[in-house]
Design a protein around this ligand. Structure first.
Ligand code: NAP
Length: 243
């Protein structure tokens, strides 16, 4: 059985990815930062459906916790075959009002976290000459969002990182892609008012907000053998918004 690590899998898009990958035959490490009970619910749902999963705590912005997580997963399920860099945080507000700590936290979780997790994954994948890394970017990393300038910068960085790492790891048989979601119904968007959500739906050609499962299906496609000649790509899952 192949092993997947999904970061930030206790809720939202990550939880949907964990469930979908387990259905696709992966043993899944469900990473979380603080929400242990939510991560355990994801694990229980996977087990109830006949899959394999376990919850593993690590803050992706702390390199030593990331290294310990990769070791724990290796001990439990063997070397990692698939990494989904999904953990992320948003910050809505004007740049001039952001503190140094707020800016640093965005960069450390959204960008550095994915980079450090990818480094650990590469160390396990390169000797085996196979593996896949899927990064969760954002439409805002492609077009930029007002009041989310640092978040947008992180996600644009994720896209650049994906393209570069795909070139670096391709000769080792490792694929690196990213999925770029539009607006998805999760806790991250819980601050958006009903009116704003309605406006966003109206601006979307498919006239709806996305679900975590919409993103998870795209992740599962990129994880499959069927996509074995696809690397360095950005797959938008945004209901048809032109980016
Ligand atoms: P969410 O519902 O807010 O869930 C965030 C997840 O990330 C939780 O599992 C949380 O764990 C985890 N997390 C946060 N900080 C972490 C850290 N430092 N280390 C490890 N895990 C951490 O978010 P979401 O909407 O599903 O977003 C998932 C990804 O999709 C993010 O990268 C986000 O930027 C991206 N995205 C989302 C949307 C959208 O509209 N929702 C659109 C485009 C892209 P705890 O439960 O333990 O806190």
């Amino acid at each position: 059985m192949k092993t997947a690590i999904v970061t930030g899998a206790s809720r939202g898009i990550g939880a949907a990815c964990a469930a979908e990958l387990a259905r696709n035959g992966f043993a899944v490490a469900v990473n979380y930062r603080v929400n242990k009970s939510a991560a355990e619910s994801v694990v229980n749902a996977v087990s109830a459906a006949g899959g394999q999963a376990f919850a593993v705590k690590a803050d992706v912005s702390a390199p030593e916790e990331v290294a310990a997580m990769f070791e724990a997963v290796k001990e439990r399920f063997g070397s990692v075959s698939l990494l989904v860099n999904n953990a992320g945080i948003s910050h809505i507000g004007l740049l001039q009002d952001m503190t140094d700590d707020e800016i640093r936290r965005q960069l450390e979780v959204n960008l550095m976290g994915a980079i450090v997790c990818s480094r650990e994954a590469a160390r396990q994948m390169i000797p085996r000459k196979s593996g896949s890394i899927i990064n969760i970017a954002s439409m805002w990393g492609e077009v930029g969002a007002s009041c989310e300038a640092v978040y947008s910068a992180c996600k644009a960085g994720i896209i650049g990182f994906t393209k570069a790492l795909a070139k670096e790891l391709g000769p080792s048989g490792i694929r690196v892609n990213c999925v770029s979601p539009g607006v998805i119904r999760t806790d991250m968007n819980s601050e958006l008012t009903a009116d704003t959500l309605r406006e966003l739906e109206e601006e979307t050609p498919l006239l709806r907000i996305g679900s975590p499962e919409d993103v998870a299906k795209a992740v599962a496609f990129l994880a499959k053998e069927e996509s074995s000649f696809i690397t360095g790509q950005v797959l938008p899952v945004n209901g048809g918004i032109t980016v």
